[in-house]
Structures are given as C-alpha cells and as structure tokens.
Design a protein around this ligand. Structure first.
Ligand SMILES: Nc1nc2c(ncn2[C@@H]2O[C@H](COP(=O)(O)OP(=O)(O)OP(=O)(O)O)[C@@H](O)[C@H]2O)c(=O)[nH]1
Ligand SMILES: [Mg+2]
Length: 196
C-alpha cells in the first residue's frame, strides 16, 4: 500500500481491481460505491456484436467497458481505495496486466447463471498470487446458489472469501471492499510469518 501524509495523520491509499466476466456488474459496482463521479469508458454495443457479446442474461445492457472504470472510496478517515474496473470481454483482456500493476487485491464478480465466465479471472489472479475474493452479484435480489456451493463449483481454496452483494447498492458493495481489505491484511500477515 502506498502512503501519503495528510493533515493530522497518515492516509493510506491502495489500488483494488474489479474483475469478472462480461456484463456481471463491474461498472455498476464501481459506480455505486465510488464517492467521486466514476470515470467510465463505455461504448455502445451495436449489431456488429451480435454473436460475440452474449447479453442474454442482461438484456437491458446497451454498453460495454472498452478500457476501464475508475472510482474512489474512503473506507475510513485514513484508508482510501482506488478502484479499477476491468473490461469483461475477452478481446480487451490484453489490458489486464497493466490494470493490475500495483494492486493489493481484486474482487472477482460472479453471476451464478454464468459461473464459467469468471474462471479466467480466477486463473489470472491465482497465477499472479494476487489475493482476491469472489463477490456473487445477486441480480434482482435473488441468491440462486449459496456461497459454499459457489466455492465448491469454482474449486477455490477454503480461505478465499465468497460473499454476496447487490452491485447497485452502496452499502453492499462497500462491505465487499471491506471484506477484501481484511482478507488482504490477513494474507499479508500469514505470508510474513510463513517459513521461506
Ligand atoms: N437487476 C440487476 N441488474 C444489474 C445488477 N448489476 C448490474 N446490473 C445491470 O446489468 C448490466 C451489466 O452491468 P455492467 O455494470 O455494465 O456490467 P460489466 O461487468 O461492467 O460489463 P462489461 O464491462 O461489459 O463486462 C447493466 O445493464 C446493469 O444495469 C444487479 O445487481 N441487478
Ligand atoms: Mg463494465
């Protein structure tokens, strides 16, 4: 985490990546939780994307992220998170390496109706040993599968947090980020004491 001085104390800032498959709610999460107007890079999906962009589960979706989302949230008076949302579509994944540079952790968003869409994101973070948690976006408030079933289906380690959220709700998405920060701190302590 980087540190910069602030009046009356030190403020820690950290970079978090929001990843996951196409149309899973990454831009929605950054927009709901950010305390600044988020920077977005949405492009209108045209008929040229038919057969490429599978938006059957998100029929109202008219745009897609082509570079990144950017937002900021103060978790408390001395911790600021900078949020970087990735593009979901595979043809833009060449940007992920740049987007994760310097990040302390990642949120992998999941739509349980399309679970396989998050496999690539999980592989990406596991390969780079970047701590991540899985956030189930409960579209329309429906939790179709409980977190333990999702953990089993993803075959991820038992210490990776799996949480549920509503990507449109600020309180809910803020809790996701708090869970991630707590997990990152736990991982860092564990790695610090682990024998080489
Ligand atoms: N009903 C419901 N709709 C949601 C929810 N989260 C996102 N949406 C909608 O789902 C669509 C996809 O959301 P986005 O936030 O654009 O998804 P994304 O993951 O950023 O998509 P890409 O950047 O294209 O990969 C949008 O039309 C949202 O309004 C949710 O929790 N419930
Ligand atoms: Mg997006």
């Amino acid at each position: 985490m980087s540190q910069r001085p602030a009046a009356g104390g030190r403020v820690t800032s950290a970079k978090i990546v929001i990843a996951g498959g196409f149309g899973v709610g990454k831009t929605t999460l950054v927009g709901s939780v950010s305390e600044i107007t988020p920077l977005t890079t949405e492009a209108i999906m045209t008929s040229a994307g038919v057969g490429v962009d599978d938006n059957r589960q998100v029929p109202g979706k008219m745009t897609t992220t082509v570079a990144m989302d950017f937002g900021r949230i103060s978790i408390d008076r001395d911790l600021i998170l900078y949020l970087f949302g990735t593009p979901g579509q595979t043809r833009f994944w060449f940007m992920w390496d740049e987007l994760v540079r310097g990040a302390i952790g990642a949120v992998v968003m999941v739509d349980t109706r399309r679970l396989a869409d998050c496999f690539a994101a999980i592989d990406f973070f596991e390969h780079r040993r970047l701590p991540y948690l899985v956030a189930i976006n409960c579209f329309d408030g429906m939790q179709y599968h409980n977190p333990q079933d999702v953990r089993d289906a993803l075959a991820i380690s038992s210490d990776v947090p799996v949480v549920s959220c509503d990507a449109r709700n600020r309180e809910s998405t803020k809790n996701v980020l708090i869970s991630l920060v707590e997990y990152v701190l736990t991982m860092r302590r564990t790695r610090a004491v682990a024998p080489a």
